[in-house]
Design a protein around this ligand. Structure first.
Ligand SMILES: [Fe+2]
Length: 246
């Protein structure tokens, strides 16, 4: 558009103003269309991401169920531990809402047991030293099985370290204290709670109250005392409701 000069009449100035306004409106409409397009793209991306997340979860659950199908006795152990663990993880400040990887790790913690023969895994008597050393390999075997599954992320740390102890007397790496990933320290408490509150061939299930007391006895030795302190704040009814929801 040419610069305004003294020769411009009011009418021509009016016309130029109207033209400028039309152009501004056109640009605004174009920007609004871009914004609407962007919103649509974001919506579709979010839907795709949610679909992907559901697919990942379904895949992980299928694998977890395949592992558990071998052992009718502990049925749904992984699902219960995952539910208890997620509740406890939230109370310990882990960002579980943004990332499903910790839950994946909880569900798949014992995937390495596929490499342990039934005769050892379900042996009613005590294990020989050789048999026990094979059982103790399951966290490392589990991580090896999942090595190339990138979407599991830090969930693999749970698989590797779910039998470490706060006092360093666990396995496979004998890590102690804060060196054990927090998600694995949380898992250890959830795992103990489920083990104690489930019937086993050699003993009946404990009540949640008795199981809680037993877990608290391991605070500072087997378990992270900060995690057990958070665990103590969660009422029995919360765990019972999670158990019944599965
Ligand atoms: Fe295990």
């Amino acid at each position: 558009m040419s610069p305004i000069t003294g020769k411009d009449t009011v009418a021509s100035l009016q016309a130029r103003l109207e033209q400028t306004e039309r152009q501004a409106h056109a640009r605004q409409r174009q920007l609004e269309r871009y914004a609407a397009d962007l919103r649509e793209v974001f919506k579709q991306e979010r839907a795709r991401a949610q679909e992907l997340r559901r697919s990942y979860m379904a895949t992980v659950r299928a694998l977890s169920n395949a592992v558990e199908a071998r052992d009718a006795y502990t049925g749904k152990h992984a699902e219960r531990v995952a539910a208890y663990g997620m509740e406890l993880a939230r109370c310990c400040g882990l960002a579980v809402e943004d990332s499903p990887q910790i839950e994946f790790g909880f569900l798949l913690h014992d995937v390495g047991k596929v490499a342990v023969p039934d005769a050892i895994l379900f042996k009613s008597g005590s294990l020989t030293e050789e048999e026990y050393s094979l059982v103790r390999k399951h966290p490392v075997i589990g991580v090896e099985i999942l090595r190339d599954v990138d979407f599991l992320g830090e969930g693999k740390l749970v698989v590797r370290h779910h039998h470490e102890r706060w006092d360093g007397r666990g396995y496979p790496d004998r890590l102690a204290g804060d060196a054990i990933p927090l998600a694995a320290r949380v898992f250890a408490v959830a795992d103990a709670l489920d083990a104690l509150t489930t019937d086993r061939p050699y003993r009946p299930a404990s009540s949640f109250a008795d199981a809680r007391a037993e877990v608290m006895r391991g605070a500072g030795s087997q378990f992270d005392p900060v995690v057990t302190a958070a665990f103590r704040q969660i009422p029995d009814t919360t765990f019972q409701a999670l158990r019944e929801s599965l």
